[in-house]
Design a protein around this ligand. Structure first.
Ligand SMILES: NC(=O)c1ccc[n+]([C@@H]2O[C@H](COP(=O)([O-])OP(=O)(O)OC[C@H]3O[C@@H](n4cnc5c(N)ncnc54)[C@H](O)[C@@H]3O)[C@@H](O)[C@H]2O)c1
Ligand SMILES: O=C(O)C(=O)C[C@@H](O)[C@H](O)[C@H](O)COP(=O)(O)O
Ligand SMILES: [Zn+2]
Length: 346
């Protein structure tokens, strides 16, 4: 299991203590161009004076094997050994990519995550799913490998673009919908007008941790955390493959949540009233993801590569009420396409 998840002002001092432990040979910081510019200076006082900064281009299109090779190349050239630590400073792209690189480098070097987006603080840094995109499919290559520690300081969020903050909020909402009906009822009204993100992050991390502890490698209940992603990943993969179209992971998940809530109603698991509540709330925060109905079949077919599938059965996570997710619910490509058509008409 993860050595520790530190949340709040004590998180970076905890990182310094970990890096200062005897036995640590060298330290590298993996950042993207934005976090190198905007976050690295706040991390520097907690790092040993001698460390290597590895900077990679920002964005989902760089969460690839090619970028991983660059990271492995730098570690190798600077003679990093297994006792050295890779500190991943960034959003989910950096924690996924960095965790993957650390897990494979010399069959495993040490890794610590310092997440700097809301999405990474509540979700991507937690639970040890690491990986890269491949042949247009999301996280197609990867390993489960928990980092040694996760150090979460919400003051990093002060420089985050509002669109990115909103995208991260989709995973917070996902946690409410699968496991915390009270939070959905009580907290959704404040939307993104949150003065202090620390308690929100703390609660969201707790939801994810409880599920991951039961099922670290997604044989069963961890599939709950994939709610919104069967359709969400298909939409994200499709739009990322189209020149000039842009979508963030969280935006795709928000759309996926609506589609999969609609599927839950079709299967008799969720009421129309609950679907309405979810939709009204999500559209008060997120803009509609744009695609044309002619594209629905091609998008839906991408779900045939979803990692929860068994053979040709697409296993979706649905809701059997707000706050109660249910996994391994078979859905067809046609049903997914219908859910996208429903979303498109809204
Ligand atoms: N492993 C998991 O469990 C898990 C969970 C959810 C999402 N993910 C993955 O996470 C990725 C999305 O993560 P994300 O939304 O954090 O995207 P991201 O890592 O691309 O970060 C979003 C943008 O914000 C910039 N940025 C990061 N921190 C900043 C800061 N403090 N100030 C200013 N700019 C900053 C980044 O450079 C980037 O341009 C996707 O690849 C998704 O598949 C993984
Ligand atoms: O941690 C999990 O488990 C999740 O499913 C969290 C998701 O929010 C995240 O996007 C994850 O990377 C999706 O994994 P995948 O197995 O569908 O690629
Ligand atoms: Zn996600």
């Amino acid at each position: 299991m993860t050595d520790a998840i530190h949340i709040g002002p004590e998180a970076l001092p905890a990182l310094a203590a970990l890096l200062g432990r005897p036995g640590t040979t060298r330290v590298a910081v993996l950042a993207d161009t934005n976090t190198a510019r905007l976050c690295y200076h706040a991390l520097k006082p907690y790092l040993p004076e001698e460390h290597l900064l590895i900077e990679v281009p920002a964005g989902e299109e760089h969460k690839t094997l090619a970028t991983s090779e660059r990271v492995w190349g730098e570690l190798t050239e600077h003679r990093f050994d297994r006792h050295s630590v890779l500190v991943c400073l960034g959003g989910g792209v950096i924690s996924d990519l960095g965790g993957f690189c650390a897990a494979l480098y010399k069959r495993g070097m040490r890794c610590v995550v310092v997440p700097t987006t809301l999405l990474a603080q509540v979700d991507a840094a937690i639970g040890g799913k690491t990986g890269v995109d491949f042949m247009g499919y999301k996280n197609h290559l990867g390993v489960f490998q928990l980092p040694e520690a996760v150090c979460i300081d919400t003051s990093f969020l002060s420089t985050l673009d509002p669109r990115e903050l909103r995208a991260g909020y989709a995973e917070v909402v996902k946690h409410w919908l699968i496991a915390d009906a009270d939070a959905f009822a009580e907290q959704r009204h404040q939307g993104l007008f949150v003065e202090d993100w620390t308690p929100v992050v703390r609660e969201s991390v707790l939801v994810k941790q409880r599920i991951v502890e039961q099922d670290p490698t997604e044989k069963g209940p961890r599939k709950l955390l994939n709610f919104g992603h069967t359709v969400g990943h298909a939409l994200e993969s499709y739009l990322l493959s189209q020149a000039g179209r842009s979508i963030l992971h969280g935006e795709a998940v928000a759309a996926g949540i609506i589609c999969e809530s609609w599927l839950s109603v079709q299967k008799g698991l969720l009421t129309e009233r609950e679907l309405n509540q979810i939709e009204t709330f999500l559209f008060s925060v997120f803009e509609k993801v744009q695609f044309v109905t002619l594209e629905t079949q091609a998008i839906a077919e991408l779900a045939l590569q979803d990692k929860k599938n068994q053979g040709s059965t697409i296993n979706c996570t649905l809701l059997e009420g707000i706050g109660r997710g249910v996994y391994d619910q078979p859905v067809s490509v046609t049903e997914i396409a219908d859910s996208l058509r429903y979303y498109h008409r809204l």
